[in-house]
Design a protein around this ligand. Structure first.
Ligand SMILES: [Fe+2]
Ligand SMILES: [Fe+2]
Length: 417
């Protein structure tokens, strides 16, 4: 028996989100018709909210620790009310945004299985958006005297967002090939997992009750992403397919920095902990995330090595990966540059700490310098980035926004970089 109850939202909002689905995700029908073929006896998709139990009825961290969790949004005061709304809004934006992104390159799937995995991810993200609508829809106290109907305004705004106007940068990047779907599900959905885990303590009870069921679905997203990338690496090891290890590397260069920034500034997050919304500050969660992505990259390399040298047992292949990484020398005919490396967290950052945001760091974490020893000028750094990012990404509006910010910053700071 599932550990949650299901419910629906008001017919008007239900219809609004269904209408959004018909426009942005018409492939849902295809998934539903073929559900049993791909996912067997697993409960078919349904557009419902899933309301799980609270881990604790009391606020678990921060200023209100020990007090009863808030059942009504209207009982949260001032900043706390708006911060809760901002988190719900950002969460919902990621769910809707990811559907818009996945759809663009769905038809480039490397197999039928991977296509249906992505379709299921999209359907579950739609349910997560619906879940956030439930949070806003079922609680009339989001409408406050003097503040207007915050729930209604937020839902309308969310339904109008497109790739380019979502809350977080990672959701404003157009996909260029199917590796984007898979690396994104591995690296960006993983940040989602951290957020959902932290938000299990959420002081506003309806949000806390939403986290468990969402988390259990996220497992499939990350698992699918990792499996698909591992399959790409295995094919590359056998010299099959159009996608190379270099393509995987470049996709990781594109997505990992945006994943890091989804945590917010490394030195902040204390307010969310004080409000009892999350149980970790940004830097702490981000550091754990970096470690987890490192493990994912290792598994991709392992998949490559095992398919390139099939006689190697898993343990022996692990040793080969470790030795290549540690020594920088070729092993079993595999050169270090054939393996994927996790970029340094300072690489290609645009937000966060002043020391790193828009600074010319290379993938290894060195600040690039010109011949005179001063940090690389923006034009030169853009040329460096063109050599390490996916070619299709360089043509996106998102990269255009980065370029503008980089050039504007150089103009705005007379002292240079
Ligand atoms: Fe989600
Ligand atoms: Fe997800």
């Amino acid at each position: 028996m599932p550990n949650y109850e299901t419910t629906t939202i008001s017919p008007r909002h239900h219809e609004a989100i269904s209408d959004w689905q018909r426009r942005n995700f018409p492939e849902l029908d295809l998934l539903q018709r073929n559900w049993t073929k791909h996912f067997g006896a697993q409960t078919p998709f349904a557009l419902v909210a899933k309301v799980g139990p609270l881990r604790s009825g009391e606020v678990e961290v921060g200023r209100f620790r020990g007090a009863a969790k808030f059942e009504r949004a209207g009982d949260m005061q001032g900043n706390m009310f708006y911060s809760a709304r901002d988190i719900v809004r950002a969460q919902c934006s990621t769910e809707l945004g990811s559907i818009q992104q996945h759809r663009e390159t769905l038809e480039q799937a490397i197999s039928d299985e991977s296509k249906y995995a992505v379709l299921r991810i999209m359907a579950e993200e739609l349910r997560h958006a619906y879940q956030m609508f439930w949070v806003l829809d079922h609680d009339p106290t989001w409408k406050k005297v003097g503040m207007g109907d915050v729930a209604e305004e937020t839902m309308e705004e969310l339904l109008a967002m497109t790739t380019g106007t979502h809350v977080l940068d990672a959701f404003n990047i157009r996909f260029g090939n199917f590796l984007d779907n898979a690396v994104y599900a591995s690296v960006i959905d993983l940040v989602g997992k951290y957020q959902l885990q932290m938000q299990q303590v959420f002081a506003y009870a309806p949000m806390a009750r939403s986290m468990g069921p969402m988390l259990s679905e996220e497992g499939f997203h990350m698992g699918s992403g990792r499996r698909i990338v591992a399959e790409v690496c295995a094919r590359a090891g056998r010299g099959e397919g159009d996608l190379s290890m270099e393509d995987v590397q470049r996709a990781l260069h594109c997505w990992f920095p945006r994943g890091l920034e989804m945590f917010g500034r490394e030195d902040s997050g204390a307010t969310n902990v004080a409000f009892g919304f999350k149980d970790k500050v940004n830097g702490e969660a981000q550091a754990e995330y970096v470690g987890e992505v490192r493990g994912i990259v290792r598994a991709w390399n392992l998949s490559f090595v095992q398919s390139r040298v099939p006689r190697l047992e898993r343990g022996a292949a692990e040793t080969v990966v470790s030795e290549i990484e540690a020594t920088g020398d070729a092993k079993e005919g595999i050169r270090p540059e054939e393996l994927v490396r996790l970029p340094d967290p300072r690489f290609f950052r645009r937000r966060g700490l002043m020391e790193t945001a828009l600074q010319p760091y290379d993938v290894a974490g060195s600040l690039l310098k010109d011949a005179s020893g001063s940090p690389l000028q923006p034009e030169a750094y853009l040329r460096y980035l063109a050599g390490v990012l996916p070619e299709h990404y360089l043509r996106t509006e998102d990269f255009g926004r980065y370029r503008e910010a980089l050039l504007a910053q150089a103009v705005g700071s007379p002292a240079g970089w």
